[in-house]
Design a protein around this ligand. Structure first.
Ligand SMILES: [Zn+2]
Length: 264
């Protein structure tokens, strides 16, 4: 009897020690500013779903800066995950509009340049997880002039250029999304992105339109500029400022890119 109790205590001690040790050795990641679950999952080569489940995260779009995530061990080896990471040949240039001294539109304390960057970083992480090479014209709150943005893009041949913006007008009742393009392939890409934006966001469809914005015109590859909502409209501004809306915008842009890539 005595020996059985002793054995039980001994075993419990060993298990507690092993568990504590396992936790201490486990990999963790402290969430930094402008990071999202997609990027962290990509960094450690695990799927977003597995990372979320491992940490008991229900809302994948709501991470707090400084939050510590436990990283599951081992890479994902599911066929779906492998297929997603098959390298693609089409390079995607992501252009977060404005930045630094150029804030773009500013309404109700919301800066367009910040929204553009948040969406751009989400698009980047999502595209990379699908195997696309991505080039960003900016990855932080810095000023980049329009010519420089086109020059960055013009270093590459097999690429597409996507400029991300949010809209504003003095007519504060105006709402909706619209996508501009130059060129025949640009038109196809703009149409694909616009369709996904409208169906995912349930917003007013302002259409896809030809317009020679200089950043599009000076870019050699197929180029589009998406206006992803009006921050001059109070209803749309609060939506645009939410991480769930930004995630849906990013998803729509990525779906549009995939549609284009399948067609060309
Ligand atoms: Zn803009």
């Amino acid at each position: 009897m005595v020996s059985r109790v002793f054995f039980k205590k001994y075993l419990t001690g060993v298990l507690v020690a092993a568990f504590t040790c396992g936790l201490a050795m486990g990999l963790t990641h402290k969430v930094k500013k402008a990071e999202n679950l997609y990027r962290i999952a990509l960094k450690y080569g695990v799927s977003i779903d597995r990372l979320a489940a491992f940490n008991g995260i229900k809302n994948k779009d709501n991470l707090g800066v400084g939050q510590v995530l436990r990283i599951p061990s081992g890479k994902d080896v599911s066929p779906a995950a492998n297929a997603q990471r098959t390298p693609k040949s089409l390079r995607v240039i992501i252009d977060a509009g404005h930045g630094g001294k150029d804030r773009g539109a500013v309404w109700g304390g919301v800066r367009e340049s910040d929204l553009n960057l948040k969406v751009a970083l989400r698009v980047e992480a999502s595209l990379k997880s699908r195997g696309y090479p991505v080039t960003m014209t900016r990855r932080s709150d810095v000023f980049v002039d329009l010519r420089r943005r086109s020059q960055i893009s013009n270093r590459y041949r097999n690429c597409i250029f996507i400029s991300i913006h949010f809209n504003a007008t003095s007519h504060t009742g105006v709402k909706g999304v619209e996508t501009f393009y130059v060129g025949k392939r640009g038109r196809f890409l703009a149409k694909a992105i616009q369709n996904h934006l409208v169906s995912n966001l349930k917003v007013r469809d302002r259409g896809f339109k030809f317009k020679r914005f200089s950043v599009l015109n000076d870019t050699l590859c197929p180029a589009v500029l998406a206006e992803c909502g009006f921050i001059s409209n109070s209803y749309e501004r609060s939506r645009c400022n939410s991480s769930s809306y930004q995630a849906a915008v990013a998803r729509s842009i990525v779906s549009g890119i995939e549609g284009y890539d399948r067609a060309y």
